[in-house]
Design a protein around this ligand. Structure first.
Ligand SMILES: [Zn+2]
Length: 279
């Protein structure tokens, strides 16, 4: 989405016991900090070292403890390319998130630098530093003392990428959804699996018992997750109709919940998946 179209919250907002969200104007992105007994856990690290340093500086408003653990919700640049500034913290993520950072990181940097030339200098400083605490199954528990609470990482299936995870903080009743859902703009489908995506978000609905923090945009709730699921399912269903020859691509684009100029990529990506081109 265009930068700065929504006002950023310039403060940490406590959503649940010692679970704080801060909304940055760049990409309208949400960063979450959990204050534990001997330090902080940070979820997602922004696009560059300078942006990561901004998180570290803002974190001082919450206390002087070090960052002990970091979680990457997936391997996109704005969620993982500030990682290196948080070492020696352990960095958690899905195994394919680590692979995505490793294998596509340089290409992601080139793409963002081409789209936003003013960011090229700071992107050139990025040291790619993929998660070292990875898991490949359905879930894992982060080794971090979050004030006596367990923090769970759940892999729910392919969606926005093949490595999105949801972060569940049960006692605070907070769910961090990464980019599986976005508030205020259609999510990015360019690396997505639109046929699987609605099923993945459906699995997330039951986890959404309280506040739901998307990777970008307003904090929502279960109804927001359901709404997102319906919109993404519509993309998959329209693509099936195009694939079967029932309607044209142009008709499908006009029938989604998204603005027409934002609907082409999702439908085309879904068609590519239906043609078997993504496996
Ligand atoms: Zn993303």
């Amino acid at each position: 989405m265009p930068l700065g179209t929504l006002p950023a919250m310039s403060v940490w907002t406590e959503l649940g016991d010692r679970v704080f969200v801060r909304r940055y104007a760049f990409y309208d992105q949400n960063i979450v900090a959990v204050r534990g007994d001997d330090g902080f856990l940070i979820v997602d690290t922004r696009v560059s070292h300078r942006q990561a340093d901004e998180i570290l500086s803002d974190l001082r408003e919450l206390g002087s403890q070090p960052v002990r653990a970091v979680i990457n919700t997936h391997g996109h640049n704005d969620h993982a390319f500030g990682n290196h500034r948080f070492r020696p913290a352990s960095i958690w993520g899905h195994a394919r998130c680590a692979r995505m950072v490793r294998d596509t990181g340089t290409a992601q940097i080139a793409k963002v630098a081409a789209a936003i030339p003013g960011l090229a200098d700071e992107l050139a400083e990025v040291v790619l530093d993929p998660p070292d605490r990875t898991f490949d199954g359905d879930s894992t528990t982060v080794e971090f003392d979050a004030g006596g609470r367990a923090i769970e990482l759940r892999y729910l299936g392919r969606g926005h990428t093949d490595n999105d995870i949801a972060v569940v903080i049960p006692d605070a009743n907070v769910l961090l959804a990464g980019d599986l859902v976005e508030n205020g703009a259609p999510p990015y489908f360019g690396d997505g699996f639109p046929i699987d995506w609605p099923v993945t978000v459906e699995r997330m609905v039951e986890l959404a018992t309280g506040a739901v923090v998307p990777g970008h945009g307003d904090v929502g709730d279960r109804a927001f997750v359901v709404r997102s699921m319906v919109e993404i399912r519509e993309i998959a269903e329209l693509a099936v109709l195009v694939h079967g020859g029932t309607i044209s691509l142009e008709d499908a684009i006009l029938r989604t919940a998204y603005p027409a100029d934002a609907a082409r990529e999702p439908i085309e990506r879904a068609l590519a998946q239906l043609r078997g081109e993504l496996d």
